[in-house]
Design a protein around this ligand. Structure first.
Ligand SMILES: Cc1cc2nc3c(=O)[nH]c(=O)nc-3n(C[C@H](O)[C@H](O)[C@H](O)COP(=O)(O)OP(=O)(O)OC[C@H]3O[C@@H](n4cnc5c(N)ncnc54)[C@H](O)[C@@H]3O)c2cc1C
Length: 350
C-alpha cells in the first residue's frame, strides 16, 4: 500500500491486486516497532532504509491523519533494553550513526519504569525510536489510497505473472488476464511462491511465523517499548501492551500454539508482573517475509523489462516501509534513488 501511494503521487493509474482483504497478513500481525530489535547488528542496507523511514514517519502519520481522520499512532515511546549484552558495540554503533542513547544505571531503570521487574546490569535507552499501531496505519493507508484514486481489487489472487520475450504481458487473476505498463510484486511471504508459479528463478524469501499476545492493561503501566532476551513489550497509546514474539519455521502454517502462548505470557508477566492481573485479549500469528540476512529485495528484475519487486522485509517491514516504497517508486519512474540501490537489487539478492 505504501508503494501504491508513492506511485499514485506520480499521476499514474495504479491498481492493487490483493488475494484476500488488504492489510490482514504480516503487516497486520506485526508489532510496529520502527527499528531493528538489535539495530547495531543490522546490515548497513537495513540501517539505511530504517534511518530514512524514521525521519519520514512523523509527516506520513500526520498526512494520513489529515486525509482520513484515522490516527496511525506514531509514538516516539523509545526503545529500552533492560540489559544490553553488547553495550560497547551498541554505543559505538549509535555514535557512528548519530543516534541518541542513554546508558542507564539500574537505579535509573527503576525510576523511569517503576513497574518493571528487571535487574539489568547494562540498561540502554534509545529515546528517539518510535512505534506505529500497524492495524490503524493500514486502515488509514487503505482509505487514503481510495481517496487518491488507486484501484483496490481485493479477493483477486494473482495466480501467475505471464512473461513473453522478456516482458510481462499480464497477470492472471480470477481467470482473467489483467494488463498494465509495469508490474510490482509486493506479496510478502508469498512473493517467492508467485515467482516460482510464474517460471521465474526462486527469490530468497521464505515464511517465518511470529506469534504475539495483547494484554488489556490500564494506561501508565509501561512507558517505553522494552526488549529483554530477544522478546519485547510494546505499550500502545491506550495502555494495551503487546508481548512478542516467536520466530518459527512453520512453512505457510499460521496456526497459534499453546506453547507460544505460555512462553509469551510467562515472559510478559516476569518482566512486568502487573500484567498477571490483566486479561489477555488476543493471541495471533503472522508470516514474516523472511530472508537469511533480512535485506529486502527491491528493484527491477534483471531479465524481465517491466517487472519490479518490493518484498522480503523480514522483521523490519514497518521500519523500512516508507524508504522501500520511495526507492521502488524511483526505479519504476526512473528517478534518482534516495539510497544506493545496489544491495537490494533482485540480481544481487537471487
Ligand atoms: C509477529 C510479528 C511481529 C513483527 N513486528 C515487527 C515490528 O515490530 N516492526 C517491523 O518493522 N516489522 C515487524 N514485523 C515484520 C513486518 O510485519 C513485515 O516485514 C511486513 O509487514 C511485510 O509487509 P509486506 O507488505 O511485504 O507483507 P504482508 O503484509 O504479508 O502483505 C503481503 C500481501 O500480499 C498478499 N498476497 C500474497 N500472495 C498474493 C497473490 N498471489 N496475489 C495477490 N495478493 C497476494 C497477501 O494476502 C498480503 O496481504 C513483524 C511481523 C510479525 C509476523
Amino acid at each position: 500500500m505504501m508503494c501504491a501511494r508513492e506511485l499514485a503521487d506520480s499521476g499514474k493509474r495504479i491498481v492493487l491486486l490483493e488475494r484476500q482483504a488488504l492489510g490482514r497478513e504480516s503487516s497486520w500481525a506485526g508489532g510496529g516497532i520502527l527499528s531493528p530489535l538489535a539495530p547495531w547488528r543490522a546490515a548497513e542496507p537495513i540501517t539505511a532504509l530504517c534511518r530514512w523511514s524514521q525521519s519520514a514517519y512523523p509527516r506520513l502519520a500526520e498526512e494520513l491523519m489529515e486525509s482520513t481522520g484515522i490516527d496511525p499512532e506514531w509514538l516516539p515511546s523509545g526503545l529500552l533494553f533492560s540489559d544490553c549484552l553488547e553495550i560497547d558495540r551498541a554505543k559505538a554503533w549509535a555514535d557512528t550513526h548519530a543516534i541518541q542513547y542513554e546508558s542507564l544505571a539500574s537505579i535509573d531503570l527503576g525510576r523511569i519504569e517503576p513497574n518493571l521487574c528487571a535487574a539489568g546490569i547494562n540498561p540502554l535507552l534509545l529515546p528517539g525510536i518510535a512505534q506505529v499501531r500497524n492495524p490503524r496505519l493500514l486502515h488509514a493507508l487503505r482509505l487514503d489510497l481510495t481517496r487518491r484514486g488507486v484501484g483496490l481489487l481485493e479477493q483477486h489472487p494473482v495466480d501467475e505473472i505471464k512473461i513473453e520475450r522478456g516482458r510481462v504481458v499480464g497477470v492472471v487473476a480470477c481467470n482473467q488476464l489483467l494488463t498494465a505498463q509495469d508490474y510490482v510484486v509486493t506479496a510478502g511471504a508469498w512473493s517467492g511462491l508467485l515467482a516460482l508459479n510464474s517460471g521465474l528463478p526462486e527469490l530468497p524469501i521464505m515464511p517465518v511465523k511470529g506469534e504475539m499476545l495483547i494484554f488489556d492493561s490500564p494506561p501508565g503501566l509501561l512507558k517505553h517499548m522494552v526488549l529483554s532476551g530477544g522478546r519485547y513489550l510494546i505499550p500502545r497509546k491506550d495502555g494495551k501492551i503487546l508481548a512478542g514474539s516467536t520466530v518459527e519455521n512453520a512453512q505457510f502454517n499460521k496456526g497459534i500454539t499453546a506453547s507460544a502462548f505460555e512462553a509469551l505470557s510467562a515472559f510478559a508477566t516476569s518482566l512486568l508482573p502487573a500484567l498477571g492481573q490483566c486479561l489477555i485479549e488476543k493471541h495471533w500469528a503472522g508470516l514474516r517475509p523472511g530472508s537469511a540476512d533480512g535485506i529486502p529485495t527491491i528493484g527491477p528484475h534483471p531479465d524481465v523489462a517491466n517487472l519490479f519487486f518490493n518484498c522480503g522485509h523480514f522483521r523490519n517491514g514497518f521500519g523500512m516501509a516508507p524508504a522501500s516504497a520511495r526507492l521502488l517508486a524511483s526505479q519504476v519512474l526512473q528517478q534518482s534513488p534516495i539510497v544506493p540501490p545496489e544491495p537490494y537489487l533482485p540480481a544481487a539478492r537471487g
